[in-house]
Write a protein that binds this ligand. Sequence first.
Ligand SMILES: [Zn+2]
Length: 419
Amino acid sequence: MLIWIGIDDTDSRKGMCTTYIASLIIREIEKNHKVIGFPRLIRLNPNIPFKTRGNGAVSFLVDTEDLADVIDIVNEHVIEYAESESDPGVVFINPENQKLMNSLHKLSVKALKDVVKLDEAFFIIGKFFIPHLKFKKGRGLIGALSAVGMNLDDMTLELLTYRKRDRFGKKREINKDSFFQADLLCYPDVWDTVDWYNDTVVCVPNSPDPVLFGLRGDKLEKIILALKTVECEDYDFYQIFVTNQATDMHIIDEDEVESLDNFKSYSLTGKVIEKPYEIEGGHVFFKIDTRFGEITCSAFEPTKQFRNVIRALFVGDFVKVYGAMKNSTLNIEKINLIRRARVFIEENPICWKCKKRMESAGRGKGFRCRECKTTANYKILREIKREIEEGFYEVPPVARRHLSKPLVRMNVRNKHIFR
Ligand SMILES: [Zn+2]
């Protein structure tokens, strides 16, 4: 029989990683049963405040005649490896139950774009008699069910390497240049390996979890080429996942909703109504007028050179912004400058004789050239040259969120890519 296994919330900020435990489980299950295809790493709503860094759950499809044995393997691994501060949940789903799969799909969309209560997960488990493992409160059941239910119309791949156990928590030994070399060879089929402008290897985390690095891309053979190119400490093993990373699946289009809420991600069109301003720490803000009224948008310091794009906006620019709503402010991940406003400044007129700028002749008395005795009544308008072009801009790789679709994957014109 075929059975989907969904697993989530085995990690905490202090360490471990659900993908790692899932990979160990897969290796154990494969000794006596069959795992079909790649496991799936499903990222859910990144804006939920109490979640661990990535909010990623894992699911994979198993072919077995002995479900009880499979459940034992999963149970033993979660007990042995899950972080003490985590709240794990595992589900075992029969893929032939269409009604169940439909309700899991609905749940997964909500877990991706909105907030799901634990009771909603328990309701589905009770309604469909779903075999499951619950540890402590079982918050992980939400992600476990969602990881099975998520439909992937768009998908990408990530290859994760895991450190040898005696290296956990120690500084990661890597040859930085080799990662830049891998990027040269494999971009754009593999992205966010490094950030050239900010001189950073992006694919190597700083967290205490077992991941050594993760290679993200669309083409498996290029990901493998990148893997062969990088030089680093010996790793234990690697696992390839199908993911919803880099798909913008979390974004709710403005046409789908009547109002905006915190902890959700949106794409909104609007006109810039206030010149961008900066606060201490280098965070840049501006306001746009949308169909929901006035919305404050932000580009925080970690978005680095992306802030230069935001600083160059003017009142009247028509934009589409993509980002997460937090504290009633849209934190921008990507912007499309759809139509640039023409910007004029007022200047004193030029004397037609000597070509020098005239001076004021006194309040309400127009302008004059003292040398030539020429006069003029009005100021002149000069159009200023805009510093940015129309088109798409995005945060650089160092600031990318898992679900954000990088421009390199988008089939649009006028892309301005920070690499
Ligand atoms: Zn003059």
